[in-house]
Design a protein around this ligand. Structure first.
Ligand code: ATP
Ligand code: MG
Length: 559
């Protein structure tokens, strides 16, 4: 489960310690990092951790960071993903030094492969995929040498060139490094460096029908770019000897080092592009930017700010040990940021009409409301009031317990900014459903002050019916009910059926902006909200970014 010790409280970490030592020892003069996504999906919160680490180090050490597309699997990659990744990195507030594709280096990589062949350190293997797998051995058994392993350098050069020149079908041959089939590290058992794939590549088109594999490409791309510290997640630890072998056996312009750190795993979420892709393709969400997705684009649409995501990454820190972060950490980072940033407004999501019988029918008045309770720089706005208002259905109870400090027959509440009202009558339809309430107001209580010192415990929010703007409000909750949906045999079973609730009859106070750049709002007592991309002034749509308090903590405690 979650490990609170995984939440580091300072920005220093073991990687920065390594860099400090490398600088002190003059091993490097300028720190160069890279963030290397594969353009096979949209970036998610896990990638944000890597972005903050790589770009943050480059910034703090006055070095630079490249955004490199690691595009060696043409089947799965696309320009749509390339563009979304660029947008997301910029939106998070980072600037890259350069933005190459690994595929830009295919010519150089081909030459490096030739070099290995000439040194007798790579060979063309003509076993099929099945045979290669069978001969690789297991964790306890060594592998078997390929019958093609002792091909001459000339034969290998000829075959590799013919592979490049489109003379063979997919899978007929591969190029392998000649290392050690009995190495305890399976990655070192003559890993495949190149394979034949007759697929159009999003960047190189049909120029190539052979493609280098990740391990061959990655370290060499780092070396070509002058990356000093190549930071990757822990699952690449056993790739490191291969990373080093390739760089140690070739003359490269620089010699980077690979350092691994723990992947972000977050409760109640998936951070695997493959699984996120399945959610999109199977229609469980509306797209990669569905506000319930913890993709950067989904979080943006949901109302996360870049600052809240960067702060979250600082809060969790960088460690060498995998652990799961509580969702509450992300939610706290978001609430803290929005609390300072959000403009306060009143909105009623599930409206119940209230008629104030002693308030004149054609009268209206305006109360001045602060836009932010702690920050006068936000200014004020005028909040209209009239005889008919809406309150939240949940703020009324016909048979209320003594501790219900909201509205019920005969009881009095304070309307935020306005007056005290007392419920006089409950009007129902033929089916017995409550249609509206009749209340009276005390003119002496204007502004919410107590005229005779009498105590009114509850304050509720409201919107003037005549002035209100009708809107749809989407209430979002966690997409999964299980803290570790990725561990389930089938993550579909963990989908939360109530992760999106649509409230089509919401009423907003008129000072809420419906057009232009979305503004972060706090709807008082309800949470933080932002207008959706599909919102218009004719049909306003707001997304709930987050509730004001963590309602899940209570649920979990009561289990
Ligand atoms: P996925 O499994 O979602 O496809 P990936 O690791 O294959 O993830 P890449 O596009 O290869 O995705 O990742 C780019 C960079 O982001 C890599 O350096 C990778 O280590 C890092 N990264 C990906 N997921 C996480 C995560 N959950 N936490 C931290 N870093 C991550
Ligand atoms: Mg990957």
């Amino acid at each position: 489960m979650s490990d609170p010790s995984a939440v580091a409280d300072d920005s220093s970490n073991f990687i920065r310690d390594i860099i400090d030592a490398d600088l002190a020892a003059n091993k490097v003069s300028k720190v160069v990092t890279r963030f290397p996504p594969e353009p096979n999906g949209y970036l998610h919160i896990g990638h944000a951790k890597s972005i903050c680490l790589n770009f943050g180090i480059a910034r703090d050490y006055h070095g630079h960071c490249n955004l490199r597309f690691d595009d060696t699997n043409p089947e799965k990659e696309s320009v749509e993903y390339v563009n979304s990744i660029r947008h997301d990195v910029q939106w998070l507030g980072f600037e890259w030094h350069s933005n190459p594709f690994a595929s830009d280096y295919f010519d150089q990589l081909y030459d490096y492969a030739i070099d290995l062949i000439k040194q007798g350190k790579a060979y063309v293997d003509s076993q099929n995929a099945e045979q290669i797998r069978e001969n690789r051995g297991t964790l306890t058994e060594p592998g078997n040498n390929s019958p093609y392993r002792e091909r001459s350098v000339d034969e290998n050069l000829q075959l590799f060139e013919a592979m490049k020149n489109d003379e063979y079908a997919d899978g007929e041959h591969v190029l392998r490094a000649k290392i050690d089939m009995s190495s305890p590290n399976i990655k070192m058992r003559d890993p495949v460096l190149y394979r034949i794939r007759h697929v159009t590549h999003h960047n190189t088109g049909d120029k190539w029908c052979i493609y280098p594999l990740y391990d061959f490409t990655h370290g060499l791309s780092d070396a070509i770019e002058g990356v000093t510290h190549s930071l990757c997640t822990l699952e690449f630890e056993d790739h490191r000897p291969l990373y080093d072998w390739i760089l140690d056996n070739l003359e490269t312009p620089s010699r980077p080092v690979q350092i691994e750190f723990a992947r972000l795993q977050l409760e109640y979420s998936l951070t695997s592009k493959r699984k996120l892709n399945a959610l999109v393709n199977e229609g469980h969400v509306s797209g990669w930017d569905d506000p319930r997705m913890l993709t950067i684009s989904g979080m943006r649409r949901r109302g996360f700010t870049p600052e809240s995501i960067v702060n979250f990454c600082d809060m969790i820190g960088i460690t060498k040990k995998n652990s799961t972060i509580e969702m509450g950490v992300l939610e706290t980072a978001l609430r803290d940021d929005l609390n300072a940033r959000a403009t306060r407004r009143m909105a009623v999501i599930n409206p119940l009409k209230v008629v104030i019988e002693n308030y004149p029918e054609d009268e209206e008045e305006f109360f001045t409301g602060a836009n932010h309770p702690q920050n006068p720089d936000f200014g004020t706005r005028e909040v209209p009031f009239s005889r008919e208002i809406y309150i939240e259905r949940e703020d009324f109870m016909e048979e209320a317990p003594a501790k219900f400090f909201r509205l019920s027959p005969g009881r009095e509440v304070r309307l935020r900014f306005a007056y005290y009202i007392t419920c006089r009558e409950v009007i129902k339809n033929a089916g017995g459903e409550i249609e509206h309430l009749v209340c009276s107001y005390d003119p002496e209580s204007r502004g919410g002050g107590s005229p005779d010192g009498r105590k009114v415990k509850g304050t509720i929010h409201w919107v003037s019916a005549r002035h209100a703007v009708r809107a749809t409000v989407n209430l979002y909750d966690r997409l999964f009910t299980s803290a570790n949906p990725g561990a389930a045999a089938d993550f579909h079973q963990a989908l939360n059926p109530e992760s999106k609730i649509v409230m089509p009859e919401a009423r907003l106070e008129p000072a809420i902006e419906l057009t232009g750049n979305p503004i972060a709002y706090q709807f008082e007592r309800l949470g933080y909200f932002i207008s959706d991309y599909d919102s218009s002034s004719e049909q306003p749509i707001f997304n709930r970014t987050m509730t004001l308090r963590d309602s899940w903590a209570k649920i979990e405690q009561s289990r």
